[in-house]
Design a protein around this ligand. Sequence first.
Ligand SMILES: Cc1cc2nc3c(=O)[nH]c(=O)nc-3n(C[C@H](O)[C@H](O)[C@H](O)COP(=O)(O)O)c2cc1C
Length: 314
Amino acid sequence: MSCLGELALPLIGAPMFLVSHPELVLAQCLSGIVGAFPSLNARPADQLHAWLAQISRTLALAREEAPERRIAPYAVNLIVHSGNPRLEGDLAACIEFKVPLVITSLSSPGDLVRRVHAYGGRVFHDVISVRHAEKALSEGVDGLILVCAGAGGHGGLLNPIAFTAEVRRFWGGPLVLAGTLTEGRHILAAQVMGADYAYMGTRFIATKEAQASPAYQQAILEARAADIVYTDHFTGIPGNYLKAGILAAGLDPGHLPARGEKPDFGKTAAGEPAKAWRDIWGAGQGVGNVSDVPGVEELVTRLRREYEAAKSRV
Ligand SMILES: Cc1cc2nc3c(=O)[nH]c(=O)nc-3n(C[C@H](O)[C@H](O)[C@H](O)COP(=O)(O)O)c2cc1C
């Protein structure tokens, strides 16, 4: 059994700003893979209580009704940063609801780890460098998520083989690989490289349960890896975005000023100022392998089939 319990697949549905809401998370957990959402998606802040109550109640009921069914735990993503005024309140809600897995990103989690461990929860920290991995481990995290080159959101620059190999030299515990994974054989590839779990974001934007507009989903279906722009222009942190959203905001994706200059977000078709993530869509280089918008259950069934087929093929 994995450290996250009996899963249908060693897979975590990655938390995505604006995209991951309870509908997506519940569909992922009920399909047997870990579902996750950033706490900041619950707005206003007290909405987080309602979401946690809904998710924990629905999963508990489903487990009661079918004890033999593989229902995965859920995770909440907390952005650890001095610029996140909600961190303390959102952590308090996670403690109150005993959220099984807390995924921390940006800065290392520090004292948060002790507070999550106190109720029996686990903390996985998301990193883009070996130095950050070492720091998070020194603070007692239970698992690492290696966010590699081409990943959607604030992706890193390291190659997954090099990154996994280097971290495995000093860390034998739970390891998650992220970046451009979109099909069942990629989950097996992550395991073969030394990870325990795969982490998929972009693939789940194109699902029926995702909170993504039809235009965003269509842009994902049409995009190829070459249509992904890596820039720190919009948030000050390098990230991967769809060219289509940048163009629609009237900006030139080839000439975005670097960090330090005043970011220009362009305008929406309605003439309003465009917003990062809502109009400037995030996505990873795996887009070129996404060509439909299935329901989550159908997608997980397909991923399982592909994973098993890849296992027997190799
Ligand atoms: C639209 C979008 C929003 C994201 N928002 C967050 C976030 O709020 N917090 C976070 O830790 N990671 C965020 N990520 C990164 C994902 O959790 C994950 O690392 C990434 O999607 C994995 O790469 P993939 O998209 O190539 O599968 C986001 C990714 C995308 C595509």
